[in-house]
Write a protein that binds this ligand. Sequence first.
Ligand code: PBG
Ligand code: ZN
Length: 311
Amino acid sequence: MPLHRSSVRRYLEGPGLRPSSLTAVFLMREEDSEGVGPMPTVTVREIPQRIRELEGAGIRSVKVFAGSRLRDSNASQGAAPTGLMMRAIRAVKGTAAAMAVMTETCLCSHTDSGECFVRRTPGGDIDMRVSCEAIAEQAVAQAVEGADIVGPAAMLPGSVRAVRQALDESGHSDVAIMPHVIFASSLYAGYRATMRAVPASGSRPFQISPVRPEQAVSTGLDYLREGADMLLLEPALASVDTLVRLKAVAPSVPLVPFSVSGEYLRLAVAGEDGKRDTGVLGEAYTMMARSGADGIITYGALDLARSLTAG
Ligand SMILES: NCc1[nH]cc(CCC(=O)O)c1CC(=O)O
Ligand SMILES: [Zn+2]
């Protein structure tokens, strides 16, 4: 078996996973608030050190999620320049201007209902126009602070177009849009609890049913027509089929699986020292890279990047 000699195997090895294709995740928390829920959180004050660690490990991008303390029916604080998201973006860019900042652009961490949209009346119809406006306003505010890639995540039809138009009109035509293509899943529970973004209605009506694969592909294509530059797919492990199919029909579009909270909590198990073992996640991400993923967004980015460079 001449190709199995270790020297030959090493010589033939492909590029594999690289730290630069991993995106770290910051779930933001205010300095004076307790962390709630199972997911690790970050404060603005901790950002400089966290960014230096990520840079040291070869990571070049971070995806930031942040909510408002004050929540109301129309997510009125979502675009406030003093908001946690805006302070977090400034802190990342102030530490490392070259670090690519991705944001979540959504209403669920700013509404009192935990829904990703605004309703006309409590419990009433979804106000598409007002919701899209609020999402677009948030995107512009994030771009003003230096966000490189905004991430509309409510899946409202027309929201990506609204974001593209608002960015262009405000002089941010160089800011990219990576909307979330989301399958309904129980794997978001840890994130929702931590971000206090549990939908009052019990579900997110625009997320794609896992038994409708055609809808996942066509939703991704819809977003591209609305002006998306790349696509985020979540949960990562549950959307590899969609990744492969989208890659085949839109080969030049960057496709980025988001390995979500439930995947992290279940697959990166903590050892006796409390450190989570990211080995299984790494195997899954290698498969995703083989399947055409252009990068992976993961809570395990730092540990994984360190293990890649150590190995
Ligand atoms: N608002 C959309 C959104 N943004 C982040 C996540 C989940 C991320 C994770 O679980 O890590 C979700 C899904 C949801 O809330 O239904
Ligand atoms: Zn949302």
